[in-house]
Write a protein that binds this ligand. Sequence first.
Ligand SMILES: [Zn+2]
Length: 70
Amino acid sequence: MATATATTRGFAVRCLLCAEEDTVRVDVHDVHTFHCGQCENEFTADDVRAEMARWTKLLAWLDTTPVRRD
Ligand SMILES: [Zn+2]
């Protein structure tokens, strides 16, 4: 069975695995799975949420540290 995909162009997202921009497609039959046309790997919406959570945690930590910001 062929997989129907839709591009995510316009969202300016990068592949979670190779960081290439505008190569991520979403399977319209499984909108929680992303496929990268550059590295040919797949990742899920939960993978993206986990990555975002790690960055959010780091940014929150930065906001509490006495790091000089100009
Ligand atoms: Zn990729």
